[in-house]
Write a protein of this length. Structure first.
Ligand code: 13P
Ligand code: SF4
Length: 333
């Protein structure tokens, strides 16, 4: 049964402290729609014994309003492994929910919109990996977590943007395949003596940033800080003061407290940090991930009411796909 979603004076009062935190990033006209949903989700998740994991690219009303745990892909994978709950609602994209399922085969993993995909995950299939292994016999396959379980099942080890260098070097091999993100592979290749063979996948959000745009910002404000995600093209990374995973970028902001900063990544990340660092001015060359944005308060509530969309992975694929993730998690523990 759908709970009441009326914005009553009592609810408005109860939710005022949260809105005071979020008012810089959520317009007041939107709050009466968000507040009842946030309240209803928080009540229902307790009733269901559910925990909500949210990626750093989720919108502020999700990230600050209903998430129990937030972070980058690596942190969410670790937290999924440790989650003390029967139900995990994954506020992120499909491969993240699959990773949670692989690490928690006996738990119920819900993705509020099963269509939340990823251009990187869509760029490579299990058959492609088998073909690569034939073309490069004996060369280990490092697979970005932004892939399907079917692709992970064909891989030696997974990586995320925060541990890719450590993973590549852990293999003690003269060359490795690093798939499917071409730019992540080229960016890590510049930091290691290992020969890194790339695939042609791209993140549709990060490939759109241009080095020329960043130079233009820098010319108009030489003191501005620029931090970029390693899914960006190498010439964009070259213009940045720092490059790291989404959590790496958040840590950089915390350590450096710049006056003005450009976050060269998905838009909501700046909104979420702006709530925590009101003294930092975030310049937002805004690119939205359409897949991350499929997750809304409304479909999170529906997912808890109807217990859907439940992630299921065929047992034979799951057994093989779990190994490269666990190998990665062991490496970093
Ligand atoms: P991280 O949060 O691991 O840096 O990944 C970014 C991303 O694009 C996830 O889809
Ligand atoms: Fe995929 Fe890029 Fe969206 Fe992340 S931001 S889910 S890598 S398309």
């Amino acid at each position: 049964m759908t709970p009441s979603l009326e914005y009553t004076p009592e609810l408005a009062k109860e939710m005022t402290p949260l809105y005071e935190r979020l008012q810089a990033v959520i317009p007041s006209v939107e709050w009466p729609f968000h507040a009842p949903l946030i309240h209803a989700i928080n009540v229902l998740k307790r009733e269901r014994g559910a925990v909500i994991l949210a990626h750093n690219y989720q919108t502020p009303e999700i990230f600050h309003g209903v998430a129990d745990i937030t972070g980058d892909s690596l942190k969410l994978a670790r937290e999924a492994q440790n989650a003390d709950a029967d139900v995990i609602v994954q506020c992120g994209v499909h491969f993240m929910a699959e990773t949670s399922k692989l690490l928690n085969p006996d738990k119920t993993i819900l993705l509020p919109d099963a269509r939340a995909g990823c251009s990187l995950a869509a760029s490579v299939t299990g058959e492609d990996v088998r073909m690569l292994r034939q073309a490069y016999p004996g060369v280990p396959v490092v697979t970005y977590v932004n892939t399907s379980a079917e692709v992970k099942a064909e891989s030696d080890i997974c990586c995320t943007s925060s541990n890719v260098l450590a993973v590549v070097e852990s293999l003690n091999a003269p060359r490795v395949l690093c798939i499917p993100d071409e730019y992540l592979a080229r960016n890590v290749a510049r930091q290691t003596d290992v020969e890194v063979i790339a695939w042609k996948g791209r993140c549709e959000v990060h490939e759109r940033f241009s080095a020329q745009d960043l130079r233009t910002y820098r010319e108009s404000d030489p003191g501005i800080a620029i931090i970029a995600h390693p899914e960006c093209p190498p010439d964009v990374i070259h213009e940045a003061d720092f490059s790291g995973s989404t959590s790496g970028m958040a840590k950089w902001i915390d350590a450096h407290r710049p006056g003005r900063v450009i976050m060269v990544t998905e838009c909501s990340m700046s909104d979420n940090l702006a709530v925590e660092y009101p003294q930092v001015e975030f310049v937002r060359p805004c690119n939205l991930c359409p897949h991350m944005k499929r997750i809304t308060l409304r479909n999170i509530l529906d997912s808890l009411i109807e217990m859907r969309e439940e992630i299921k992975i065929p047992a034979d694929i799951a057994a093989r796909a779990r190994k490269p993730i666990e190998r990665m998690l062991r490496l970093n523990s």
